[in-house]
Design a binder for this molecule. Sequence first.
Ligand code: G6P
Length: 612
Amino acid sequence: MCGIVGYLGSELAAPVILDGLRALEYRGYDSAGLAVLGPNGLTLRRRAGRIDDLASLIDEETLQGTIGIGHTRWATHGSVTDHNAHPHADATDRLVIVHNGMTDNVHRLRDHLVADGHEFRSETDTEVIAHIVGLEYAAEGSLSKAVATTLRQLDGAHSILALAADEPDLLVAGRVGAAGGIVVGHNDTGAFVASDLPAVVQHTSEIRVLQANEVVTLSRETAEFTDLNQQPIKRRSMSVPWDPVAAAKAGHRHFMHKEILEQPRTLADTIRPRVTLDPVELELDGFDLPLKATSIDRVVIVASGTSYFAGMVGAHYLRDVAHLPCSVEVASEFAYAPGPISPQTLVVAISQSGETADVLVAVDRARTVGAPVTALVNTPGSELTRAADEVLHLHAGPEISVAATKTFVSEIGLLYLLACKLGVDRNLLGPEELASNVAAIAHAPIAVARALELEPKLEQLARRYHHFKNFLYMGRGLAHPIALEGALKLKEISYIHAEGFAAGELKHGPIALVEPATPIVAVVLDDTMRAKTLNAVTQIRSRNGRVILIATEGEDLHDDLADDIILLPPTPSTMAPMVSIVPLQLFAYHVAVWLGLDVDQPRNLAKSVTVE
Ligand code: G6P
């Protein structure tokens, strides 16, 4: 949610910043801007729209400096206009900041400043912060002190990056609250700072992470970390295994397409380091909870969006394989109404970004009652990796498209491994059962690869259906979360209304919506729910409903059951969620392409939502 980039070095800053912003555009794309400090002082360029619109404003003047900051915005305070785009300057116009977050006490702060004669040129909270940094700078004479003092005055979760014309050889970034990551790194040309890894890994794989209530002062060669009282902090660097090429489109038209197609490999990357088949072994990164597995009385999974639906699949696994009562909670609901949780409740937090504010608040809530937290995270160094007791990394590599795909499949794979691990630790899973489970998950990437071979069929299906205005998605058991995620994918990137529901509920309401103009996507797996879901399909057909059936082959399938049938490769039913989502991802993708929409950056959304 909002992307911050800064550079200070021997290269021209503007192109480096633009590249960084492009790598972070998934975090927000309402407007973009940059400020560069050159021989003629600070030059600002800002524009509502995408990074390419900003790039068209880059001229000789902006190309003069080798130090600068940039921003891509997901609007919170203030509408989407040029004058609300970041960076924002202080009252002297000699200092600029970019900002990620929302200031809860902005009105009070602004009123004080207005009473003191300050005038504002935007409706943003960021400009208010810039004016405060400017005042503190005038008082303190040091940009890092000014940033620290300013951050102490702000309520909410923020990160800011500041540049002052009077200190032309440094950048200062600061952070308060859980949300709003900042990573820094150096290479032999200079220093890089950004909200997230994709903007930095193209320059260096050695990074340091700014934590809550800290400030970092960057020179071309050094990074000095302090707390908000200016006390020095030692911060080790970490090596990020992300290949810069992994964050590029690699010849695909869209990141989403690339990310769907790379799922067999990314799922294998999640699974293979943790299991061996001969001898059968399952090792979860030294998984070591403060609580013994046998003392866990139940599991609560907390997550948002796509990760929440992966959690729904995981709950089935934890109940079936580890015999644990398990509920799945939308993180933003759990955060303020967690219900009765105790130190015996294992809380499993799932987040691709590791930065979703709702998830971080939920985890904080769990920890206040002493519940141990295990986090499943894709982004190394993210806030959730520090907030949890145990971290299981997805290893799915950077996911750039706003609509999550490969991380959904990796989250499910990792949840299955977690369920098996808890099953073993709770003495419920004997060697034979473990061997069969491990064999099943080890083969899942191959089944996913076979599902990808369906793409030409899905493209044609999308061509036929992309003009429909409403879709229903249904499934039962493990297919239920898949139906929900399939509907979410369609609505996120094609803006078509799509609603998912448990197939058993058809008769309790959704059946009233059945008519030929509302196609129903039915997901039917090879499990105990199959006959019942097919009954629901028959009920739809008897009411002239239009059905797209996504199903594993079986004698019970006949042509008049559906208008279109997509046959899934044979897969053990426990693994079927990871396979059956593939055609739904491809369908949503091709519908959006047929509609000519911006697949990777759908309107109003952002990939990391760092505000509540
Ligand atoms: C945002 C994204 C969704 C994502 C959700 C949770 O809303 O647009 O695609 O599923 O956040 O993200 P997380 O990083 O916590 O998995």
